[in-house]
Design a protein around this ligand. Structure first.
Ligand code: SF4
Length: 717
């Protein structure tokens, strides 16, 4: 029987239809190894993707067959070999370790590091265990490395998290402003929709801001190859021009926003000549960008890691939102600031409280009323939830270094590749007193640092919910059994909770039960999902939130937030905020003269735990290449010949070796390295051997996008 589900790779959230390997009258569908495997095709009825899929979605079932972890494995020390153990022994051991650490370190000695690969039910159960039952807010997710600056920007400007736009806006905009996003490669189906609209409508403009001439930039009417770290200067420079041309919406600002006057004072310091010089673009380019904004009724901004992964990520996001507020480009079709999430359920994680400073239903741990509501819902005593945010991702690594963290529990992510300053991360993991690694795959780079390894069921093997970047909620049903003894993540968390005595809190018998409890905590919140249930989603297909209980018929067209131009702040007004840029946390200098920027490739996903096993994708991207401009290559003595060239890239933290790709697509002075290769996939080619953990003081998102490096040509890799 055909199953409708969601692609579990990226935040675009494309609908899929999955069919069993054998279909009447057809040859058995097989993977590249010749084994029967489920077939996948795009779901034409899915509102977000309309039947489209990229290479990752099209090959997803092949990836779920390989390198699967099937049984719990345990060892007492990292120098021992693993031995297979029963679930009983594994779960008892975690419960014992938690009790021990609470005595020796306190509850804050326990940390869990999850990921946007988890389904909403997994996230929610983990929050209840950590933040509720154990009284520590030390749950963070790899979303911290991905979009926590967008969360903080929305929170501070609008009073709540939640992307205000929907994908239908891609086809209704007059001007798409893409900044810090290679959408064509990283969110391909979003880009397909935008590109079609752009091609069909001559008046529609596309501006792309990126130091690299990516596939996205090639499609643009205007490509602004700004110097890394000058985004705020550019955005303030556009604001300066809009203000001096009187292309601002004063009535909207008077009625719906506040703090414009201070912002207006600050942007007076950004005249075109200064901004163009700082950003490394021409005045004409800057004016063209501002003119496109000024002449468009509806401007839609899209962004992702290029803005978020920055030591001033929140300031960048808020500075972009300022432009929308001053031109009233929000709350109407085709307009608004729209962050694209990296992970398939990063949005569900945000809704369920899956970061160290938040609680379910877009609540904040610092807010006493929010804590009280959640404690009550969880039948826990008043004061159980810690009033302080827990450790963010990097603070967890710091806690391992200092010994303040006594139990580190990793679920569905691979920090031994994805964290900044990877050698320091690995040293910290080596010092861990007890690490639990819960994942679908084995081996991985992080499993090598674990004491206890738990096999998790994954997409297609457990039933749960995922929310994509446009707030569309899709039920992902189980359509086959998990391999070996693998269990759903939420079941593992619940079983540990029950072993710790929280039987009432973890009496769920299905993920549908978990979801019903979760949606109650969204009642009357911006992300109200009380009208949703597994049953309804099964019957009606994907539904976009907000979807309160009162909304019984599915709304077919895309919903936007803030259409009434009221915002969830105390006074209902959105807030301007003025920022000057501090530039990069580690700018280039005499010793380290290049700025390294990192990013994704079209075919690969994160640390390759899935895509590294798919021949079609590994053929597409067989190894990592360092991109460098011909002028820089020449200065290093790397002539453009057919011969393979290699360089060693060195930063203040580490070094790595790469084949060189000489290309004018990258600006002089900047180099690019893809982030997908960990120690399992290539020798000494880890991008994060070079990166640093300096982060945004508000969002705590590390500046993975930029650091200073030197390059040494080498002959022998
Ligand atoms: Fe999956 Fe993202 Fe590709 Fe869609 S664009 S098929 S969600 S990886």
């Amino acid at each position: 029987m055909t199953q409708k589900t969601l692609c579990p790779y990226c935040g675009v959230g494309c609908g899929l239809e999955v069919l069993p390997p054998a279909q009447p009258g057809k040859a058995v569908h097989r993977d590249s190894d010749g084994n029967p495997t489920w077939q996948v095709r795009g779901d034409r009825a899915h509102r977000s993707s309309k039947g489209m899929v990229c290479v990752k979605g099209a090959t997803i079932t092949e990836s779920t067959e390989k390198n699967r972890l099937q049984y719990p494995l345990l060892r007492d020390s990292l120098s021992d070999s693993f031995r297979r153990v029963s679930w009983e022994e594994a779960l008892d051991r975690i419960a014992t370790e938690i009790k021990t650490v609470r005595l020796t370190h306190g509850s804050d000695g326990i940390c869990m590091y999850g990921s946007g690969q988890l389904q909403t039910e997994d996230y929610y159960t983990a929050q209840k265990l950590l933040k509720g039952c154990l009284g520590t807010n030390n749950f963070d997710a790899n979303s911290r490395l991905c979009m926590s600056s967008a969360v903080a920007g929305y929170m501070q400007s609008f009073g709540s998290d939640g992307p205000p736009c929907c994908y239908d806006d891609l086809e209704q905009t007059d001007c798409a402003f893409l900044i810090g996003t290679n959408t064509a490669d990283c969110h391909p189906i979003v880009f397909n929709r935008l590109r079609k609209h752009h091609k069909r409508n001559r008046h529609v403009k596309m501006i792309v801001v990126d130091p690299r001439k990516t596939k996205t930039a090639e499609a643009a009417d205007l490509h602004l190859a700004i110097k890394p770290g000058t985004d705020i200067d550019l955005l303030n420079g556009i604001a300066y021009l809009l203000m001096s041309w009187e292309k601002i919406e004063t009535i909207f600002m008077d009625e719906c926003t506040k703090d414009f006057s201070h912002y207006a004072e600050v942007i007076r310091h950004y005249p075109p000549a200064l901004v163009a010089r700082k950003c490394g673009i021409t005045i004409d380019q800057l004016e063209t960008a501002a003119r496109y904004w000024a002449n468009s009724e509806r401007v839609l901004s899209l962004w992702s890691m290029g803005m978020n992964q920055s030591s001033e990520g929140t300031a960048k996001v808020r500075t972009l939102i300022n432009l929308h507020l001053m031109t009233a480009n929000i709350g109407k079709p085709g307009a608004g600031p729209f962050s694209l999430t990296g992970q398939p359920n990063a949005m569900g994680g945000r809704e369920a409280g899956g970061l160290a400073h938040i609680l379910p239903g877009y609540r904040m741990v610092k807010n006493p009323q929010h804590r009280a509501t959640v404690e009550q819902a969880w039948h826990l005593p008043e004061g159980r939830i810690n009033p302080n945010p827990g450790r963010d991702a990097w603070e967890m690594i710091r806690g391992l270094e200092t010994g303040e963290v006594g139990l580190f529990w990793v679920a569905a992510t691979n920090p031994a590749v994805s964290m900044p300053d990877i050698e320091r991360t690995k040293k910290a993991l080596l010092k861990s007193r007890f690490t639990v690694y819960q994942d679908a795959y084995y081996p991985t780079e992080t499993a090598a640092y674990a004491h206890l390894v738990l096999p998790a069921a994954q997409w297609g093997e457990k039933t749960g919910i995922m929310t994509n970047s446009e707030r569309v909620v899709t039920l992902c049903p189980a359509f086959r059994n998990p391999p070996g003894q693998a269990k759903a993540d939420w079941e593992i968390f619940a079983e540990v909770g029950r072993r710790l005595g929280f039987t009432e809190q973890f009496s769920f018998t299905s993920s549908a039960d978990v979801y019903q409890e979760f949606v109650e905590l969204t009642r009357n919140r911006l992300c109200d999902m009380t009208g949703l249930s597994h049953e309804r989603l099964q019957q009606e297909g994907a539904i976009q939130w907000p979807c309160p209980e009162s909304e019984t018929a599915t709304v077919a067209s895309g919903k936007r937030l803030y259409t009434d131009l009221r915002f969830p702040t105390n006074d209902g007004r959105a807030k301007f905020a003025a920022f000057h840029s501090n530039g990069l946390a580690e700018p280039e200098d005499e010793n380290y003269p290049f700025v390294l920027t990192t990013g994704r490739l079209y075919g690969h996903w994160h640390t390759q735990t899935r895509t590294g096993h798919i021949p079609k994708i590994t053929k597409m991207h067989p190894y990592p290449e360092l991109e460098i401009h011909p002028r820089d290559a020449k200065n290093l003595g790397l002539e453009e010949t057919k011969e393979e060239k290699w360089v060693e890239a060195r930063s203040r933290r580490g070094k790595a070796r790469f084949r060189v790709k000489i290309t004018k697509a990258i600006a002089p002075g900047t180099i690019f390295i893809p982030m997908h290769w960990g120690a399992l996939w290539a020798d000494n080619a880890e991008a994060n051997a070079l990166t640093h953990p300096e982060s945004c003081p508000i969002s705590k998102q590390p500046e993975l996008k930029a650091c200073a490096v030197q390059l040494i040509p080498i002959s022998d890799p």
